[in-house]
Design a protein around this ligand. Structure first.
Ligand code: PRP
Ligand code: HPA
Length: 181
């Protein structure tokens, strides 16, 4: 599939699966079953694969919510101004909430999202991301659960796209430069 487009495999399907088990164990420990279920907020579309695998790996009951947001500005870099395309279906006031992200790159999307969700008065609000790039440290975003720290390269697969392609790859890889040209 996508013959020749992938320059290298950065994280294999098995590494992803092992990491998700570790993250799920960590999160389950921090949220022992109480009266109300934990709410996972997945950020469309990139986080879909991670969200569904992560929810199934968690040994505590969770409710799934999704948000779709879009950044104004250029396609390649986030401007930090975010618009809600699809909002949550439910009120999160008083609930334990974990934002589930595929990647934190500049950190601008997440920093906006944290402020937006915090204003809805959840009982607690944390972030779980599969990938984080070093640039993310430029914006101060508190992220409790991080799967992999990756180099500052454009990656695709496992939900991550380039021009809406490659989201369906089961692993995470880098793109051959010929794809961009
Ligand atoms: O830290 P940042 O620089 O803000 O980048 C991270 C965001 O960018 C990607 O979403 P994108 O806007 O590409 O939408 P998609 O998930 O639909 O691909 C990714 O899923 C994160 O939400
Ligand atoms: O490296 C990336 N790949 C795909 N989508 C992204 N959104 C932010 N960073 C990336």
């Amino acid at each position: 599939m996508y013959d020749g487009d992938i320059a290298s495999v950065l994280i294999t399907e098995q590494q992803i699966s092992e990491k998700i088990s570790e993250l799920a164990e960590q999160v389950a420990k921090d949220y022992p079953e109480t009266g109300a279920d934990l709410v996972l907020v997945g950020v469309l579309k990139g986080a879909v694969m991670f969200m569904t695998d992560f929810a199934r790996a968690l040994p505590v009951p969770v409710q799934l919510e999704f948000m779709a947001v879009s950044s104004y500005g250029s396609a390649t870099s986030s401007s930090g101004v975010v618009r809600i395309l699809k909002d949550l279906d439910r009120d999160i006031a008083g609930r334990d909430v974990v934002i589930v992200e595929d990647i934190i790159d500049s950190g601008l999307t997440l920093s906006w999202l944290l402020k937006n969700l915090a204003s809805r008065n959840p009982r607690s609000l944390e972030v779980c991301t599969l990938l984080r790039k070093p640039d993310a440290v430029k914006v101060e975003v508190p992220v409790k659960y991080v799967g992999f720290e990756i180099p500052n390269e454009f990656v695709v697969g496992y939900g991550l796209d380039y021009a809406e392609r490659y989201r369906d790859l089961p692993y995470i890889g880098t793109l051959d430069p010929k794809v961009y040209s």
